[in-house]
Design a protein around this ligand. Structure first.
Ligand SMILES: [Ca+2]
Ligand SMILES: [Ca+2]
Ligand SMILES: [Ca+2]
Ligand SMILES: [Ca+2]
Length: 485
């Protein structure tokens, strides 16, 4: 009897497997739909515009001269595309320049640009004017991959959702993936570049330049998640309140080998974390400016950043915590970071702590400035660790940082010192090189990372800070990327 039940179950499993296989295989067939229009028009004129191509892909039928989609479709550009009017005004979510993405689509910009007409005004004031619309809205299970394209001048304004995601608002249950793309001069109330409620799988070799919002100048990651940000650049983004580069109140698993530079905000000019970031590694926060706290990185109370390692904080400024303002309670790894030339108007030029940092080790503090406690300030909470060095004696972090333990002049300027894997613009993550006679060389303890910020293998014992003097490139690192820190 039992056998019979099992065999019935087995039969059903086989049937289900067959159905699943058929479904999966039906998705294997994809059409490449080539866009030859340069605007957002929808009319029977023998020209396939991007809006018509999206409809072909969503419905798997031929629209005008666009090829009929079939499963997961690929849309390719052949020229820049300028959208000068909104296509639809979706209830709740407001106006979007393109047709809503409701199906799995890969858009390959082939190096071309998708922009909202630069002559249209964008005035972010919580009122939606006729000229204001975002570029892309993702709904349903619409996996969307964007590659080799620039998204520019998107503008989302109005009330609630209307005012979110200048270039992209993702409310889908699918996944957004970005590769080799740029987001330039997009604006919104929240999430100038992207506002995410869904899943962002990977942001790879992508540049966010001059996007702005009240919170989340480049990205506002809401209740949902981002798996990985890799090789990406956040530059010149602006928010008036929080998170010039990224405002995170969802989950970000990894920020790796990425650069946050010249961003501005009230709090967290580079990144403002209000929830969970598991790992920040091999990244640089430089020249970011917060009007209040956390020039490079701000971690709000009860938030969580698990690990910060091989990361450089250089020349960031704020009132408190020029480099990093820590108010979170779960930082369990803080290895091989470099804090140089950061400035706080009041306290903690390098680091201002109100939370908990365990394993605060092998980090280098150099020429940070503040009214008091230039390198490190513990205003509340606690920090434990050892083997951190500084060229001065201006901190409130007790014997965690050995004062005057490195010579002034033993650290180079922030520059491209080579790397294993370049960033989106083919430069390397900028780092501060150690001079040949620096006391930081070979001075790290057993908790040190095995490769340096640039992805290069340690030369003998690991040096203190993010940089390794005399480091070598390993083929293994090229193959593995940054999986082994
Ligand atoms: Ca047409
Ligand atoms: Ca399709
Ligand atoms: Ca407006
Ligand atoms: Ca060494």
């Amino acid at each position: 009897m039992k056998f019979e039940i099992l065999s019935r179950t087995r039969k059903w499993q086989l049937v289900l497997t067959l159905i699943t296989t058929v479904l999966i295989n039906s998705n294997v067939f994809a059409t490449t739909i080539t866009v030859d229009g340069t605007d957002g028009s929808v009319q029977e004129d023998g020209v396939c515009t991007l809006n018509e191509a999206i409809e072909s892909a969503n419905t798997d039928t031929a629209v005008d001269s666009c090829q009929a989609g079939n499963g997961v479709d690929i849309i390719e550009f052949t020229a820049d595309i300028t959208i000068n009017a909104f296509y639809e005004n979706y209830p709740t979510f407001g106006k979007t320049g393109l047709q809503v993405i409701t199906s799995p689509i890969i858009i390959d910009g082939m190096g071309y640009k998708l922009e909202r007409d630069e002559n249209l005004t964008c005035n972010i004031d919580n009122n939606n004017d006729s000229s204001e619309f975002r570029l892309i809205l993702m709904t349903d299970a619409s996996d969307l991959t964007l590659k080799n394209m620039t998204l520019q001048n998107g503008c989302a304004d109005g009330a609630a959702f209307e005012a979110q995601g200048g270039a992209i608002l993702n409310i889908s249950s699918g996944k957004l993936v970005l590769k080799n793309s740029s987001f330039i001069s997009n604006e919104a109330f929240f999430g100038g570049g992207i506002h995410n409620y869904g899943l962002v799988g990977m942001i790879e070799n992508t540049t966010f330049d001059s996007n702005s919002g009240i919170a989340g100048g480049a990205i506002f990651n809401d209740i949902a998640g981002i798996n990985k940000i890799f090789g990406s650049i956040f530059i010149n983004n602006h928010s008036s309140s929080s998170g010039g580069g990224i405002f995170n109140q969802g989950t970000i698993d990894e920020i790796i080998n990425s650069l946050f530079t010249l961003n501005e905000s009230g709090f967290g000019a580079g990144v403002d974390n209000r929830n969970v970031i598991t790992t920040i590694a091999n990244s640089t926060f430089s020249d970011n400016m917060a009007a209040f706290d956390g020039g490079g990185l701000f971690a709000q109370g009860d938030s969580s950043i698990g690990s910060i390692k091989n990361t450089t904080f250089s020349n960031n400024t704020a009132n408190f915590g020029g480099g990093f303002y820590n108010f979170n309670n779960t930082l369990t790894e803080f290895f091989n970071n470099t804090f140089a030339n950061n400035n706080a108007v009041f306290e903690g030029g390098g680091l201002f702590n109100r939370g908990v940092i365990n394993n605060f080790r092998n980090s280098l503090f150099y020429n940070n400035t503040a009214d008091t406690f230039a390198d490190c300030r513990i205003a509340a909470g606690s920090i434990n660790g050892s083997d951190n060095l500084s060229n001065q004696s201006s901190n409130d972090c007790g014997n965690l940082i050995t004062p005057n333990s490195i010579t002034t002049g033993s650290l180079g300027i922030l520059t491209d010192n080579g790397c294993a894997t370049p960033l989106a613009d083919d430069s390397c993550i900028p780092s501060h090189a150690l001079m040949f006679d620096s006391e930081a060389i070979d001075a790290a303890d057993n908790y040190a990372t095995s490769i340096d910020q640039r992805g290069l293998l340690a030369n003998g014992p690991r040096d203190v800070g993010a940089f390794e003097f005399g480091a070598t490139v390993s083929d293994l690192i090229f193959k593995d990327g940054f999986t082994d820190f």
